[in-house]
Design a protein around this ligand. Structure first.
Ligand SMILES: Cc1cc2nc3c(=O)[nH]c(=O)nc-3n(C[C@H](O)[C@H](O)[C@H](O)COP(=O)(O)O)c2cc1C
Length: 428
């Protein structure tokens, strides 16, 4: 069996597309997200993972125009949504994004612990380091710390956060009505952490949550990002373009996990996938091709993505020449994946109009389910993170079409065996 997650933004994406029930005027309300969470729970998903960022991209063509015109970028804070979704679901894991570069560790530790209480142990934090200069400027810095340094800081940040979560010993919470003792002060300790970047005295002034140390998710694909994940993450979300790359990712993480003294089964890697489904293979293929759009649309989409990942305006480059050599302090792995070894020999037009940089899953619910099973057999774990233009139609296709086909083949769970998110992740 493998695990399923869904990757989404708390935004209006899809607001002007057909079948956009979840977007339009509804997206700032809780209801469509509650409906979605319930659908995922019915389908047996492990978690719903909400990305986040704190800026409006303005690198592409040197302006916020594309970001604001498309409606993809304004977004609300998913941390606030977590509590609401926790009340309206009973089993689904809920993961929201937090940036280690800008959240003070004490604030993050307390917030995430509180959410773990409110969700009865189903909370996770996707710890990112943030890659855009505008984020830094919004939080009062001139620019981001250097890429690998951000991950070093994230390691220290997680060490403080975990120490705060563990600042209450087991048994510290007594709540004995007879003696009137709520908590035993001898079992609650300051952490007195003084690191290179962060300090915190502790202890945490909230009581230990159901998981005590909520689930950590990690998304960084660079060597520094992967090392951080190997040390701290319970689950990784990875974006790759082929089964071969999935296998490489899993094998690479196995080595890094072993160096960190952990087992491969301690950390589940979920690969980003956007299945395109229809009643027949032919219809699915047609639909996929319509989604790809014209060459011009594909190029513009790729340029927006490259500008976002690199912090460099790719629209300023000559489309008919190779991409100039560059290094980036933003997101390294997505840039490398898209440009790859072809950067020196192919023109930007060839690269930008090339195939989708994603695992290809196009077909009927049954044929895609079979394909997903075969992929996992080849890779050796651990599951998929569904993404795509979010509409109620897509949610229905996945949860009422694909998931039952997966379940029929015993590829995904038919029930939750545990109460807490981590335990469900570790169940197989
Ligand atoms: C599935 C997925 C989800 C991500 N979610 C976020 C996010 O919510 N916020 C964010 O700032 N970065 C997010 N990222 C970007 C990563 O944190 C990271 O910056 C990027 O993958 C590049 O990795 P690298 O910096 O290690 O090269 C995500 C990446 C992936 C693949």
């Amino acid at each position: 069996m493998f695990h399923m997650g869904w990757f989404l933004s708390f935004n209006a994406a899809g607001w002007n597309t057909p079948w956009n029930g979840i977007a339009g005027s509804e997206w700032t309300k809780a209801e469509p997200w509650i409906d979605m969470a319930r659908s995922l729970e019915r389908a047996g998903f492990d978690y719903m993972m909400m990305e986040d960022g704190s800026f409006i991209p303005d690198v592409h063509r040197g302006s916020m125009q594309q970001s604001l015109a498309s409606g993809n970028l304004p977004k609300l804070d998913p941390m606030a949504l977590m509590g609401v979704l926790g009340q309206e679901t009973a089993h689904l894991g809920l993961i929201a994004t937090v940036t280690s570069t800008f959240y003070p560790p004490y604030l993050a530790a307390r917030l995430i612990s509180t959410l773990d209480h409110l969700t009865n142990g189903r909370t996770g934090a996707n710890v990112v380091t943030s890659h855009n200069q505008r984020t830094a400027q919004n939080y009062g810095l001139d620019e981001q710390p250097e890429h690998d340094l951000r991950y070093e800081m994230a390691d220290e940040w997680l060490t403080v956060v975990k120490a705060l979560w563990n600042s209450w010993e087991p048994g510290a919470l007594v709540m004995d009505e007879e003696t009137g003792l709520f908590a035993d002060h001898t079992k609650v300790h300051s952490i007195d952490f003084k690191g290179k970047w962060f300090s915190s005295r502790g202890p945490l002034n909230s009581i230990p949550s159901p998981q005590q140390s909520p689930v950590i998710c990690q998304a960084g694909g660079s060597p520094a990002g992967r090392n951080l994940a190997a040390k701290h993450a319970d689950t990784i979300v990875a974006s790759v373009a082929s089964v071969e790359q999935m296998r490489e990712y899993r094998a690479d993480m196995d080595v890094r996990l072993a160096h960190a003294g952990r087992k491969r089964s301690d950390c589940k890697i979920l690969f980003v996938a956007s299945p395109v489904l229809a009643d027949t293979q032919r219809e699915a293929q047609d639909r996929y091709e319509r989604m790809l759009g014209t060459e011009e649309q594909r190029i513009e989409r790729a340029l927006v993505g490259l500008s976002f990942a690199s912090g460099v305006d790719f629209a300023a480059f000559d489309l008919d020449a190779p991409v100039p050599a560059m290094s980036t302090n933003a997101a390294q792995q997505p840039l490398q994946r898209r440009l790859g070894a072809d950067a020196a020999t192919k023109t930007l037009r060839e690269i930008a109009s090339g195939p989708r940089q994603e695992i290809n899953l196009v077909g009927t619910p049954a044929s895609v389910a079979i394909q997903m099973g075969e992929m996992m057999d080849e890779v050796g774990g651990d599951g998929f993170l569904i993404s795509g233009q979010l509409t109620r139609r897509l949610i229905g296709e996945i949860t009422e079409g694909l998931a039952p086909e997966l379940r029929k083949r015993d590829l995904i769970r038919s029930a939750y065996s545990h109460e807490h998110l981590r335990d469900n992740l570790l169940a197989f």
